[in-house]
Design a protein around this ligand. Structure first.
Ligand code: ADP
Ligand code: MG
Length: 311
């Protein structure tokens, strides 16, 4: 009799740019079209792996903020509610695209679910007094950005920044594990999760956006995944990024990653949290973490693309 081998679990963290590419306005049509590239590969990989999908919301949550700030007719919503909204909107887009791609592959019986997810943060996190997470549109010149908000220069241009506390624990980790064990593809921790503070047994939302790479690493650790893959808009991790002598790395030991991080090779708000997330996962689990492009998710899982962080 054939022995049934349990599938390994793969967590794919999709960057906000899986939906909105550089220079695009970000219409719904563009977002659906862009999404089909990573999702087609994930649909194929679901034949071999149990799948968890997490996603960013930087562009989308910033756009929602701008939309509501342009309207005084109805009450304004805090960031925690806007994060919840993006979990709904992006969760829907990922789920429906995945459903179509699975059907195209002739796979009709894979159960999918997108989950509203809370992530606990520490109310004493020093990040509450230092806005650092870029959201919304990218402005070429500082003077083009709306006034009245903290703005920072990023590798892409000028962007509004919001506070971004560290994830402490994923509230729904047990539920997610159960769903994975039952072969559901789970979409969760969208936009880093809805940031909440715990008071006794109750949770209260806070005005912040958690980094989705750090939240995904926490989830990967708490659920116990085998491969943690971060998909973004560059082929992997580079030294001297953006300079004439830029050099992409295929693999990096934890010690090297730590040293490059100290040297300032990976800025906060972009590559920094991805490296920290990968390092955290690898040092806790001893398993594989890979940073790759949206286009090369499948080859990266197979060890043929991207940058791998190892012990
Ligand atoms: P995501 O939406 O996928 O989280 P981010 O913009 O947060 O994307 O992070 C990816 C970006 O990190 C790249 O587009 C690149 O501009 C920037 N980056 C900064 N330093 C590096 C580096 N050393 N290697 C590669 N990319 C880097
Ligand atoms: Mg990011």
């Amino acid at each position: 009799m054939e022995e049934k081998v349990e599938k390994q679990t793969l967590l794919v963290a999709l960057g906000g740019n899986a939906l909105i590419r550089k220079g695009e306005q970000g219409t719904v049509e563009q977002q659906f079209k862009n999404l089909s590239v990573p999702i087609r590969q994930i649909a194929r990989l679901s034949q071999v792996y149990k799948i968890i999908i997490t996603h960013g919301n930087g562009p989308q949550v910033g756009n929602l903020l701008l939309q509501q700030e342009g309207c005084d007719a109805v009450p304004k919503l805090p960031l925690e509610i806007l994060v919840a909204q993006t979990q709904g909107q992006i969760g829907y887009m990922i789920e429906s695209t995945l459903d179509n791609q699975l059907m195209d592959l002739g796979i009709h019986y894979t159960p999918l679910v997108s989950l509203i997810s809370y992530v606990v943060v520490d109310e004493n996190d020093p990040a509450f007094s230092d806005p650092s997470k870029p959201i919304g549109p990218v402005y070429r010149r500082k003077k083009d950005a709306p006034s009245g908000y903290p703005i920072k220069k990023t590798a892409k241009g000028y962007r509004r920044v919001v506070v971004s506390p560290k994830p402490v624990t994923i509230v729904e980790k047990r539920e997610i594990k159960k769903l994975i064990d039952q072969n559901f593809i789970v979409i969760c921790c969208g936009g880093g999760g809805i940031p909440v503070i715990r008071e006794g047994r109750a949770f209260f939302g806070v005005d912040a956006v958690i980094d989705k790479d750090l939240a995904s690493a926490k989830l990967a650790e708490e659920v116990g995944v085998d491969i943690f893959l971060i998909a973004t808009d560059v082929p992997g991790v580079a030294l001297n990024y953006g300079k004439a002598d830029q050099q992409f790395l295929r693999s990096m030991a934890l010690k090297e990653a730590e040293q490059y991080l100290r040297e300032g090779q990976f800025p906060s708000g972009s590559m920094g949290p991805k490296i920290e997330a990968a390092m955290q996962f690898v040092s806790h689990s001893g398993k594989r973490a890979v940073i790759t492009s949206i286009e090369e998710i499948q080859p990266a899982v197979e060890g043929k693309a991207g940058s791998e962080i190892r012990r």
